[in-house]
Design a protein around this ligand. Structure first.
Ligand code: ZN
Length: 131
């Protein structure tokens, strides 16, 4: 089963998509399987990280900004190479284990869509395989 979602993002942010992913798994009826969450974008990523303290997401954005600053040497004419670098480092997908009809997430884990070059209208896919 393939599910597609859209979201509107701000300039840079982490958007929790955990509810959509859990909803897709529930709707699929799959009890035992694998779920892939995928972003089809080149300046956005997918990650799994802490949900309890929102400062963690703020700090991750800061860490990425420090690790991948905009550089005069960049040649890409669109002018958003730092966002491309952040997206590549983050990765564009996450794989989850489905057990007893639920994603095997730690208690502090959420799934995030990571915008590095908004605001934009984005989409992501959730592919569920199993029985
Ligand atoms: Zn670009």
């Amino acid at each position: 089963m393939l599910y597609q979602y859209t979201l509107k993002t701000q300039k840079e942010e982490f958007v929790s998509i955990t509810a959509q992913v859990k909803g897709a798994i529930a709707e699929s009826g799959v009890k035992d399987g694998i779920c892939v969450v995928y972003s089809p974008h080149t300046t956005a990523g997918i990650t799994i990280n802490e949900n309890a303290d929102p400062d963690v997401q703020t700090d991750l954005l800061l860490a990425y900004a420090k690790a991948f600053p905009d550089r005069r040497e960049f040649r890409h004419s669109e002018g958003n190479s730092a966002a491309h670098a952040k997206a590549s480092a983050m990765g564009c997908s996450a794989t989850l284990i489905i057990e007893n009809g639920k994603p095997l997430l730690g208690i502090w884990q959420n799934i995030y869509f990571c915008e590095f070059d908004g605001p934009r209208v984005r989409k992501f896919y959730v592919k569920i395989m199993g029985e």
